[in-house]
Design a binder for this molecule. Sequence first.
Ligand code: GDP
Length: 591
Amino acid sequence: SKTRVYEIAKELGMNSKELIEILQEEFDIQVKSHMSTLEDETVEAIKELIEEMRETKKTEKKHKDLSKDAKELSKEEEEITELTEERTIKEIRLSEENLTLDKLAKVIGVEQNDIIKDMFLKGKILRPGQELDKNTVEEIALSYNTIVSFDSPKIEPEVVESDEEDLELQLAKRWIEIYEKEQDRLTNRPPVVTIMGHVDHGKTSLLDAIRHSHLAEKEEGGITQSIGAYQIEYKGEKITFIDTPGHEAFTEMRARGAQVTDIVVLVIAADDGVMPQTIEACNHAKSANVPIIVAINKIDKPNANIDLTKQQMVSKLNLVPEDWGGDTITVPISAKTSKGIDDLLEMIILVAELQDIKCIPDGKARAVIIESKVDKAMGPLGTVIVKDGILKTGDDFVAGATYGRVRRMINDKGQSVDEATPSTPVQVLGFNDVPSMHSILYVVDSKDEARTIAEKIRQRELEKSQSSNKRHIKLEDIMEMMQAQEKKTLNILLKASTYGEIEALKNAIQKFENPDIDIKIVHAGIGAISTSDIMLASASDAVVLGFRVKADSKAIKMAEAEGIQIRRYNIIFDLIDDLKKALEGMLEPEE
Ligand code: GDP
């Protein structure tokens, strides 16, 4: 039987002309008119083809619709974020009476612990549930974009400045206020960089390579002098490097609220990969919120494996290199051949720009002491890196319990200078005694003022060392401490003898997580519990749990002084059992 073209067209819901075109194009059949007849086979084939064409059209449309939907969704999302961004400044009203930190945290809508951490980094030490005065409330609220107005304008009791407590903080006030109130005065300063990494991965070699290849031209010929830090110039930009690497110093400085490092360069040898101290250094930097640039070193070696190193960065450090889609700048270098060093410097400058590192460019100086010693001929010496203002010869200063007048300043090229600007390292002569490392030097108005303050600080330090330990969390007190808080947080620093153990413990510990408790492992590492662990635990208020590892005698002493609890275990079950008891508030104190 034969069918006419127009009949098929009708059946398929199209007009004859279209059908005739398709017949010609797809089947190479010449049809004269819509009255022409077609073979059955042809009819079947054409029906199939049309069906297929329609299906494809349908799915195409579906795709189009879907992508339209997605676009609309993301537009909606944008609108929502815009809205929330507009709403970032909050206003709250509070009653002045009995305002405690946990209540304030609730009204601001942040975790009490986050406030404690943030304020700690600003140099203010707060305790959970602590009563707050108005100024502190305002200060805290402001740092979360919240403006407070107070109800019941009762007469403020004279705020007795507890000068004993916060002498150093009061000293810092002058500078902090400028940061808060006179932001126009602030300018950018060069970045201060610390190089960290596992032993023998090339930290010293890298520091040397940078120093030798980039001494500022005019200074060539000057005798370089090791004062603990140096400054180079690269493409007209200055960069300061602290050349006493070691994260202990780094964390200790932070514990004193004197973070000196703006950027950490984490060196990893490409022939050795991520090692225990790499992990430790990385955690220190992370916990201090300092941006990390990874330098993969020793790429000149035949057994260097850059890809493997990057894999380990991801798996062991949780740092994903940029070229793998992450945000960790990673530069392959050789400290030996100087390959890649310029790229590294370029990246440091880039990161510094993004960080927008500010300072007060003029006025009285404050500086961080990064090294100190006694010289037979010159007496007590301290190397400082200026943070704000200009340090000048003749300035009277106080630095922790020591004080003095700047008699002479020597820069990293061994030259005497009369002035040091922000981020410049100089060795200072004129201390009355050896200053404690990492304390902050503040220039004050007169020698008398300097001496009086230093003596008060010394007195306080004495009292403190005689009285009880600094209070840190103990496992058996967790429950009690946490009851005062909205969200319970337990920080743990974990040391074990193998990676396998760490993995097993991490898994077991994570099982205790629930909506009410946040268990954070601030650091997990292999080997004996060291002073560096204690410092990190102190800075992050963590309990130290050791599994089948010892603690250094120095670490034990330091833990005692800092009030950090170390608990050691040989059986996973015991550790887990103690944790469980601690979280139920049933753990007996040690001894
Ligand atoms: P640090 O302990 O991290 O300060 O490491 P060092 O800078 O002392 O370097 C340890 C060893 O590795 C020394 O023998 C260096 O000569 C060597 N080294 C450092 N960087 C490189 C490099 O880029 N290539 C090669 N082949 N050896 C290097």
